[in-house]
Design a protein. Structure first.
Length: 353
């Protein structure tokens, strides 16, 4: 049976509020613009205000994607929602988004593959379309990491405020500064639809390895504990993820080039036949390293980490929205999508636009 193609018919993204610069972060922890930029390529990020969850960010991004697609929300027959910072422990955020979009009743599936969620999403979309289970699919990645940042007084970040961080806030933020400087909030939405064209998923390699789960994980709030949330969990800052940055870095720069080469071999595609390398943005140095390893020219691997930081599941949809709106990703072009996220989950996909 011939494979049914699918294409992106509309995209959108949304980031909350004014950007928080590296200089602003230095008001609450011992860090500097120089350290953060040199180690990660990040200059600024956005943070969701208190009371705003990923479903709210996703709602804004989805409205933009729906408008760009020239469809109505009611045309969507499946929602895939990717986040590692859901509105609630349960239920997931997908159904909340459906309600906000005015399409209650439409099936909504939550994906929790963190920064690698887009790859799992592409596999789901392909499956839903090939089986005829859905025709018009909204894929959203959205994150509100602000909820795990280790300080309490957010007004200190305001460059116009004379407030200074309390010694307790500074100590908490310093303890987690390697992690806190990397993440930012935002949402990206992509609408996929079946097409007669030769477009869509054209090869995928996916991997998961739970042996390395504790390289990046949230120690608190899990159901191994009774009750699953306790006062001392907060005192021990167990809501803040623990991250072994060096080991994750090593994992990413080893596994992603390996997987990219394996996918090329499997599909009989040469690296120089690929038009775009759409890579998750965890650290610009990781992507520079992958680019060097694969011999990819810098203009083929777009970067936006300087403006958003790592928006986890939001990153790839935000990047794709920016690149599509700029007119860079053209019909018929072949892209390789690369990502690695907590889990650890990682992989590469060929997506033809
Ligand atoms: C986090 C990361 C930027 C840290 O860079 P690094 O070169 O590994 O730095 P290290 O953690 O070894 O720390 C080096 C020094 O900088 C200090 N440091 C850590 N964070 C800092 C910050 N925000 N500002 C200033 N100094 C900082 C450390 O305390 C350490 O000081 P020391 O040498 O006096 O002990 C880097 O490891 C990374 O990006 N890893 C991948 C993370 C990732 O991709 N996560 C998401 C996966 S989806």
């Amino acid at each position: 049976m011939a494979k049914i193609g699918f294409e992106i018919i509309g995209t959108g993204h949304y980031v909350p509020g004014a950007p928080v610069t590296n200089h602003d972060l230095a008001r609450v922890m011992s860090t500097s613009d120089e350290w953060i930029y040199q180690r990660s390529g990040i200059r600024q990020r956005h943070f969701a205000p208190d009371g705003t969850g990923p479903s709210d960010l996703a709602f804004e991004a989805s409205k933009r994607a729906i408008e760009a697609a020239g469809i109505a929300a009611k045309d969507i027959d499946y929602i895939l929602f990717a986040t590692m910072t859901p509105d609630y422990v349960f239920p997931g955020s997908g159904a909340l988004l459906g309600a906000k979009l005015g399409i209650p009743g439409v099936a909504a599936l939550d994906i929790r593959q963190q920064c690698a969620a887009m790859l799992f999403g592409l596999q789901m979309i392909d499956g839903l379309i090939q089986t005829g289970a859905a025709k018009t699919i909204l894929f959203v990645g959205a994150e509100a990491h602000a909820g795990f940042m280790p300080w309490e007084d957010w007004s200190v970040l305001d460059p116009n405020s004379a407030r200074e961080a309390s010694p307790e806030d500074r100590a908490r933020a310093d303890k987690h500064r390697n992690l806190a400087v990397l993440f930012g909030d935002g949402a990206g939405a992509l609408i996929f639809r079946a097409t007669d064209r030769d477009a869509g998923l054209r090869g995928l390699k996916l991997h998961s390895d739970g042996r390395s789960a504790e390289l990046l994980y949230v120690p608190g709030g899990g159901f191994r504990a009774r009750p699953y949330w306790r006062a001392d969990s907060y005192e021990n800052q167990e809501h803040v993820p623990r991250m072994d940055g060096r080991e994750l870095f090593r994992f990413a720069v080893t596994k992603l080039p390996q997987t990219a080469r394996a996918l090329c071999e499997q599909q009989g595609v040469k690296l120089d036949e690929i038009d775009w390398f759409l890579a998750h943005q965890a650290n610009k140095r990781i992507n520079d390293y992958i680019r060097d390893q694969l011999g990819v020219p810098s203009e083929k691997l777009p970067s936006n980490i300087d403006r958003f930081g790592n928006t986890s599941a939001g990153t790839l949809p935000i990047l794709i929205d920016e690149q599509m709106r700029a007119g860079n990703l053209k019909r018929g072009q072949l892209s390789m999508v690369l990502a690695l996220g907590a889990g650890i989950h990682w992989g590469c996909a060929f997506f033809r636009f």
